[in-house]
Design a protein around this ligand. Structure first.
Ligand SMILES: O=C(O)CCC(=O)C(=O)O
Ligand SMILES: [Fe+2]
Length: 179
């Protein structure tokens, strides 16, 4: 999964012609693996699972068992269900990439909506940048000025966890450090 993360990150950097920053970026990347277990829903279709949110990470890669439930929010404001193959790994650009790309790569909003009468398992590789994240100069311009104050991603996730009850699942990185 870490290799997949590096491969996709490399593609993003090549796409934006900022490969010269890639090595520093990869060296500052730290990851944690987390398992999620969702019990059988008490009532199907009640939205039990996980409310709509964006991850406070740079990137997240998800893998799951056969029980569906993950939904992605699209550009045209619709929730679409993710229909995984047993071999699927889903790569998501998250809040850190939104800041790094100066809004060119939106953070992927998603939720878990349990619809099947079975236990659901997923696990994810959650990656963060140590230190401070800011958009490289190449991704800012007079007509595309910097949209975020420098983001300390590990502080950000700690803030979110500590203040979750007040700020809610939908808390965005724009609210945290947008200019
Ligand atoms: O279980 C899933 O598929 C998604 C989990 C998730 O969104 C999260 O842990 O942030
Ligand atoms: Fe998530």
């Amino acid at each position: 999964m870490a290799e997949l993360n590096q491969a996709v990150t490399r593609m993003v950097f090549e796409n934006y012609n900022v490969e010269k920053h890639l090595d520093d970026h990869l060296q500052s990347t730290v990851s944690t693996l987390r398992f999620n277990k969702y019990k059988k829903p008490e009532k199907i279709g009640t939205g039990q699972g996980l409310s709509g949110h964006t991850d406070k990470t740079l990137t997240t890669i998800l893998h799951q068992n056969h029980v569906k439930g993950l939904e992605i929010y699209t550009k045209d404001n619709k929730w679409i269900g993710f229909d995984p193959l047993p071999s699927s790994f889903l790569f998501m650009a998250c809040d850190g990439f939104q800041v790094w790309s100066n809004d060119r790569i939106p953070s992927c909003k998603h939720r878990v909506n349990l619809k099947e009468n079975e236990e659901r398992y997923s696990f994810g590789l959650f990656s963060y940048l140590e230190g401070v994240t800011r958009a490289p100069d190449e991704l800012t311009a007079d007509d595309h000025p910097v949209k975020y104050k420098p983001l300390h991603m590990l502080d950000y996730v700690q803030f979110y966890v500590a203040n979750y009850r007040n700020v809610g699942a939908g808390f965005s990185v724009k609210e945290y450090c947008g200019v």
